[in-house]
Write a protein that binds this ligand. Structure first.
Ligand code: DX5
Ligand code: ZN
Length: 229
């Protein structure tokens, strides 16, 4: 699949759930296609969000969107089919929840979705080296998963630098996504450092004008891309 990099992916976790359809269409008006759905189970992370039925509603509200589903759940294999049926385009599972990574990635592809692996701030990027040629995206968590509105962990830049080098050394073409504490303040530096996809939750939905905020984020991200070497 071809994407115009960099991509801003608004995270619905920070949206007003009473007007989810409008929140989504405000994002899509800014020309972004990606919508990030955070699935939390109260076990792997200390919070519960929503499940496949809500993802299916998001799909109905936005047939043209690219649904980027981030599973922060134990036993993700058990739910891959349900999220694929709900309309996910890409499913990311956490390294910390998957003892059989190759088979989980195969399972995601088998159900017709792109595959991603998410890693927590305390997990080294080197641990996913054996599966780099089997995935479409690596999601670097830049906060500990579970809640929106947290501060960006600055050490994420060093992990990002190592991941970009690993991608180059492996001649891989997976996308690098960052999630947590992304804002107008750091988006340029993140793209300049090699990020392709930027998840933004409170930085989008707490704005007075959601469409304008996504446009502003995209514009800053585009400038950062020019400086990525
Ligand atoms: C956190 C989630 C994030 C969250 C980001 O566990 O994975 O996607 O919504 O929210 P902000 O952008 O507010 O840090
Ligand atoms: Zn997320």
């Amino acid at each position: 699949m071809n994407f115009k990099i960099p991509i801003v992916a608004p995270s619905l976790l920070a949206a007003d759930y009473t007007r989810l359809g409008d929140e989504i269409s405000d994002c899509l008006k800014a020309d972004t296609r990606w919508i990030h759905c955070d699935i939390m189970d109260g076990h792997f992370v200390p919070n519960i969000s929503y499940g496949p039925d809500v993802v299916a509603a998001v799909r109905r509200a936005a047939p043209e969107a690219f649904l980027d589903v981030h599973l922060m759940i134990e036993n993700p294999d058990q739910f891959i089919e349900a999220f694929s049926d709900a309309g996910a385009d890409l499913i990311s599972v956490h390294y910390e929840t998957c003892p059989h990574l190759h088979s989980t990635l195969q399972n995601i592809h088998y159900h017709g979705c792109m595959s991603g692996i998410a890693i927590n701030p305390g997990t080294s990027v080197e641990l996913i080296e054996p599966v780099l040629n089997y995935l479409d995206l690596v999601l670097l968590m830049s906060v500990n998963p579970g809640f929106g509105g947290q501060s960006f962990i600055e050490e994420s830049y060093e992990k990002l630098r190592r991941l970009v080098a690993m991608r180059r050394d492996h001649k891989s073409d997976f996308l690098i996504e960052i999630d947590g504490g992304v804002s107008l303040k750091n988006i340029h530096k993140l793209v300049e450092s090699g990020v392709d996809v930027l998840v933004v939750g409170s930085g989008v939905f707490k704005a007075d004008d959601v469409t304008q905020r996504v446009k502003d984020l995209q514009e800053k991200a585009n400038l950062g891309r020019k400086d990525f070497v």
